[in-house]
Ligand binder design. Structure first.
Ligand code: BG6
Length: 513
């Protein structure tokens, strides 16, 4: 299906042999449900503009918003324009904007209103005629998970999910994909009743990040790393996604969900899969997915969970030099909320490559600083022919993939301190995207929306990955549910004391990036 739909559109600029030339999406529209939400305003609309600005959208492209507001097409276009001006990556240019504005439509309605979906179907039909969108439409569900069933049902009943033979329909689903394994299975069944799996694009925006894709380049394009990328040399792996922001304004989504469901189940387990998987035969979607599925199938929590997991909730503290309130004082959160804003787990990957190497995953809000990184920490050298005092400041070698900010890779190793003694101290060798390349990286959503329109599913987790990720995480969620409140940590610090103890027990410590 993907190949067919790409083939329908002949891009005159593209030499089929040369994969470096970017693909331009074929005739199509993008319909966004949930246009009044934060994600649509900050990420989706700007990404559409950035794609248009890079010339990657087809001439008759249409952007359709669906929401309850009483807006005319022009009002919606104005909302999109403001969002674009504020958040897009590329420079605002009137001629680019005019092209988008011409194809912008708005359909007013609620999710349970069948007539609104009939109007949507008519709007898309009109676009096919007026702008040549060719019956190819992607439906982006940027809506609360509770609204999935009704929207899917309406799409099905109104015939919008059924393309003619030479057309396509696709659905894009934002996480959370369920609340646990059982609900994810229900959701997947529901989605697949309406949209066949190859037309379902589950967004995990981390996979759209250049630095995440670079894990594959680093591992599989080089000879340098693979020989040491295994349990013989690696002591442990730390995957960190730390944020300094709090949860003000996000209670509706976050309360009752928490850090593990929000981030570990998807982003961090995908990072683990890229770090630990075997080499795929090639980068065809099915090959990549097969390797990810294999490694996730071999991954499980190390027990006892009291010792190997930790969770916390931010209390008052400081964000830089500004005092901030704790979660329980944030607007909209229940005063006795047990939602964790910090979570850490220990995993093992039962394969020949990784047996015995713990993978520590942690994420949290209101931590010391915003940083996402994967640190592969190596065993100490088996023997050091130096005076003991000369290596007191020698740590463990590490390769750190800096996902963001300051994207790049760091290698840490010991080096002689200048002087007459043979003292050895840790130093860092850095590769930085900003310095090595002149091209700036596209935003994750830019890449992923383009892939949806092209029908290229490589960077979208399939059903099986989502379910395996829940299978891995569920025992920790159940364990925490039985054990009362998460431990409070001070905003601006690196999380609860129990997280430090979790690593200290094994003689290790968290990196302080
Ligand atoms: C989202 C989470 O998926 O990722 C948010 O729901 C989080 O809680 C966000 O803040 C972080 O994304 P990024 O790209 O800024 O690291």
């Amino acid at each position: 299906m993907a190949a067919e739909s790409v083939a329908q559109w002949v891009n005159p600029l593209r030499d089929e042999q040369d994969k470096r030339v970017p693909h331009i999406a074929g005739p199509c529209s993008l319909v966004i449900f949930g246009v009044t939400g934060d994600l649509a305003r900050k990420k989706l609309m700007p990404a559409v503009y950035d794609l248009a600005s890079r010339g990657l959208l087809p001439p008759g492209f249409a952007l359709v918003g669906f929401a309850r507001r009483d807006w005319a097409h022009e009002d919606f276009a104005e909302i999109v324009k403001e969002a674009v001006k504020e958040h897009s990556r590329t420079k605002f240019r009137d001629e680019v904007w005019e092209r988008i504005a011409e194809g912008t439509r708005f359909v007013k309605g609620t999710f349970d209103d069948a007539e609104a979906f009939t109007r949507l179907a008519q709007t898309l039909k009109d676009l096919d005629e007026e702008r040549g969108t060719g019956g190819n439409h992607a439906f982006y569900l940027s809506i609360p998970p509770g609204a999935f069933p009704v929207v899917l049902e309406q799409l099905s009943k109104s015939g919008l999910a059924d393309p003619e033979p030479d057309e396509w329909r696709r659905v894009v689903i934002e996480k959370p994909f369920g609340h646990d394994l059982a609900s994810a299975k229900e959701l997947n069944a529901l989605v697949n009743k309406v949209f066949p799996e190859h037309t379902v694009f589950r967004i995990d925006h981390y996979l759209g990040k250049e630095t995440v894709q670079n894990i594959l380049a680093l591992r599989f394009a080089n000879q340098l790393f693979d020989p040491i990328w295994n349990a013989h040399y690696v002591d442990h792996v730390q995957i960190t996604m730390a944020e300094d922001i709090g949860l003000g304004g996000r209670a509706g989504y976050y309360d009752g969900i928490g850090a593990a469901r929000d981030v570990i189940q998807n982003h961090l387990l995908q990072l683990l899969a890229f770090t630990a998987m075997e080499e795929p035969i090639n980068f065809e979607p099915s090959e990549l997915q097969a390797e990810k599925i294999k490694v996730l199938s071999s991954t499980r929590l190390i027990e006892p969970l009291d010792d190997t997991t930790a969770r916390g909730q931010y209390g008052p503290g400081w964000q830089g030099s500004v005092p901030v309130v704790g979660l329980l004082e944030e607007e909209g959160f229940a005063k006795d909320s047990k939602t964790e804003t910090y979570a850490a787990i220990t995993l093992e990957v039962d394969t020949r490559r990784w047996a015995g190497v713990p993978f520590y995953l942690r994420t949290g809000k209101r931590l010391g600083r915003r940083v996402t990184e994967i640190a592969v920490v190596f065993k100490r050298a088996p023997h050091l022919p130096f005076e003991k005092t000369m290596t007191e400041e020698l740590g463990q070698n590490a390769i750190v993939i800096r996902v963001q900010p300051d994207e790049g890779v760091t290698m840490r190793f010991g080096s002689k301190v200048p002087g007459s003694s043979m003292e050895v101290r840790d130093v860092n060798m850095d590769f930085s995207y900003g310095q090595a390349f002149t091209e700036s990286s596209p935003e994750a959503y830019e890449r992923l929306i383009l892939d949806v329109l092209l029908g290229v599913p490589s960077l979208f987790p399939v059903n099986a990955e989502v379910e395996l990720s829940w299978r891995i995480l569920d025992p920790a969620l159940d364990h925490w549910a039985e054990h009362g409140k998460p431990e409070e940590y001070e905003s601006g610090t690196w999380g609860p004391a129990s997280a430090d103890r979790m690593l200290e027990r094994t003689g290790r410590e968290w990196r302080r990036p």
